[in-house]
Design a protein around this ligand. Structure first.
Ligand code: DAK
Length: 257
């Protein structure tokens, strides 16, 4: 595929998507989102890939949705399928997704990163939801995922008063997994993603599904759901292989079957 707004590559077993609109600080235009989802869907369908990684540049992961593309829109345009439908495709990605964040992760940029399964950041990363300065509020999960991650008091401050978190603060509040110097964060994120890519593929998919279910369901229902997913894995060759490998004191060889 020839993309105009992103770069893609494969690093080991990791499919990498890199936002590539440097002049607009990787603002997430509808075209960029369409290409991103198309690339992620292709990696998701590729059995040689075990984990996906989304990144931007050292200066900006993404400074939000494209304000210039939204500025004159009315409610009808904003509700139109073309703007929102690309974002909605992300929830159907089954493999784990790591975000490697440096510089600005603002507005939709932070919302996209929070929709990923894990976040690795550079020390220069800055996380914020500045939509209030534009006369709007977050529209792609910012008020919800952020509140679940950092709690009500801090989420209110970020959303209402344009508080930006440093990478160190984001790690302290549990928004992100690890922080590295800017020179190495991407290499570390790729290493991290490759470790996950080496895991039993079906178990990794169901693990992601089970953790995400905790955001959607009451506890008793999500525990019952987790148990069914656990039972389901006993129908896979990988469960037999994983347990046999433990007993025989050798490394397991996963088939994804
Ligand atoms: N959109 C478009 N262009 C942007 C941009 C953005 N979000 N952010 C930066 N740019 C452009 C600037 O306009 C500038 O372009 P030129 O003027 O040179 O042509 C270029 O990138 C460099 O930016 P600056 O000159 O401003 O650079 P600085 O270093 O001075 O400042 C900054 C960096 C990140 C602090 C500043 O650019 C900034 O405040 N940017 C806007 C941040 C922001 O407000 N983000 C929130 C946008 S609203 C939804 C999905 C998503 C969303 C909503 C709904 N659905 C699925 C329903 C999301 C909404 C948003 O994200």
């Amino acid at each position: 595929m020839n993309y105009e707004n992103i770069l893609t590559r494969i690093e080991g077993k990791v499919g990498v998507v890199q936002f590539n609109r440097p002049k607009a600080l990787n603002a997430l235009s509808p075209e960029l989102m369409d290409e991103t989802m198309t690339a992620l869907e292709a990696f998701d369908a590729d059995p040689a890939i075990g984990c996906l990684l989304v990144t931007g540049s050292d200066r900006a992961f993404a400074a939000g949705a494209d304000i210039k593309a939204m500025a004159t829109a009315g409610v009808v345009e904003m509700m139109a399928d073309t703007f929102i439908s690309h974002w909605d495709r992300f929830k159907n990605i089954r493999k784990p997704v790591v975000a490697a964040v440096s510089g600005y992760a603002l507005g939709g940029g932070l919302e996209f990163a929070m929709a990923c399964d894990m976040m690795i950041a550079s020390e220069t990363a800055r996380f914020g939801q500045p939509e209030i300065k534009l006369g709007v509020i977050p529209g792609a999960g910012g008020t919800q995922r952020l509140t679940k991650a950092v709690g009500k008091a801090l989420a209110m401050e970020i959303v209402l008063n344009d508080r930006m978190l440093t990478a160190e603060e984001a790690a302290t509040f549990g928004l992100i997994n690890h922080v590295y110097p800017v020179e190495v964060y991407l290499a570390e994120a790729i290493k991290f993603a490759n470790q996950i890519a080496e895991r039993a593929p079906l178990a990794a998919q169901l693990a992601k599904e089970a953790v995400n279910a905790s955001f959607e369901m009451p506890l008793s229902a999500s525990i019952a759901y987790e148990r069914r997913l656990f039972h389901l894995l006993f129908g896979t060759q990988d469960q037999k292989e994983g347990m046999a490998a433990f007993v025989e004191k050798r490394a397991a060889e996963w088939k994804g079957k």
